[in-house]
Design a protein around this ligand. Structure first.
Ligand code: IPD
Ligand code: CA
Length: 271
């Protein structure tokens, strides 16, 4: 069943308002007072602001959309929570940047119906950029249409995602970085996967790969890339997973295809 809740660009306006209000918590936090607490292990931080943003979003979304479920990074994912209509939320994507006062973090919200993302919003409060997409209606930044680049991977600009929490991926990551070194003109590492995907959608980078992310990191960005004319899949070309984490490969058609073809001969193809 295709849900009709968000079927026009205007229908996203109340969601934009809720997200912008929640983002005040990020903008108003004095950097010296931001404390990161390690969560699952190496470099995986949570701050009081992650929790506060999530609480505000949960409350306001429940007020405006009482029949839509809520899955979020700081709450985890329970069995069956993807059934029906659900928001998949990363309250602060790029928490380590946020802790260190680096202005590269975002709020990411995907709206999924029966396990398919049909609307998405990523808000970068530092640049005041709101990226949106509705399935079939294209992708936008601050209301202007965006499009992926047509550059190939070779000679193009890559975005490298380190997935550094996952020490089991060390060798595969090094191999991926070698591939990038051998083909791209250069690479970037922003520290906020949702924004990495939006920058692919806006044609500001040609290909992005990270070997393990969680659904709240990429659920919104993946639709935004696809609606901007690009591809966002696992490295092996399978659709990105919503019920658990996995790898992400995104780009315009040329760069995505070239990277995927080259990755076929590596150890990280089926990571
Ligand atoms: C992280 C960022 C980062 C990626 C990590 C994610 P968080 O999200 O998106 O770029 O490399 O794997 O966990 O923890 O800051 O919300
Ligand atoms: Ca995240």
């Amino acid at each position: 069943m295709f849900d009709t809740r968000f079927e026009t660009l205007e229908s996203l306006e109340p969601l934009k308002k809720i997200v912008r209000e929640a983002a005040r918590i990020m903008l108003d936090a004095p950097v010296k007072a931001i404390e990161g607490h390690e969560k699952s292990g190496w470099g995986d931080f949570v701050t009081d602001q992650d929790v506060e943003v999530q609480e505000v979003l949960q409350r306001e979304l429940a007020n405006s959309y009482p029949d839509i479920g809520f899955i979020a990074e700081e709450a985890g994912m329970a069995d069956g929570s993807l059934d029906g209509a659900v928001f998949i939320v990363d309250p602060i994507d790029g928490t380590l940047n946020f802790v260190r006062g680096r202005k590269a973090s975002a709020i990411s919200i995907a709206y999924a119906v029966d396990r398919e993302v049909v609307a998405a919003l990523v808000y970068d409060p530092w640049m005041d950029e709101t990226y949106t997409a509705i399935k079939g209606l294209g992708a936008y930044v601050n209301g202007s249409p965006i499009r992926v680049s047509s550059w190939p991977f070779t000679g193009g600009l890559a975005t490298y995602g380190s997935a550094i929490y996952y020490k089991d991926l060390r060798e595969k990551n090094h191999e991926m970085l070698d591939l990038v070194w051998d083909h791209a003109v250069d690479f970037r590492r922003s520290g906020a996967a949702s924004l990495d995907l939006c920058h692919i959608a806006a044609g500001r980078s040609d290909v992005y790969c990270e070997l393990r992310l969680q659904p709240w990191d990429y659920a919104a960005g993946a639709l935004i890339v696809q609606e901007a004319g690009g591809f966002c899949t696992q490295v092996n070309g399978q659709p990105v997973k919503l019920h658990e984490g996995g790898s992400v490969l995104a780009g315009g058609a040329a760069a995505w295809r070239e990277f995927a073809d080259l990755a076929r001969h590596t150890s990280f193809y089926n990571v």
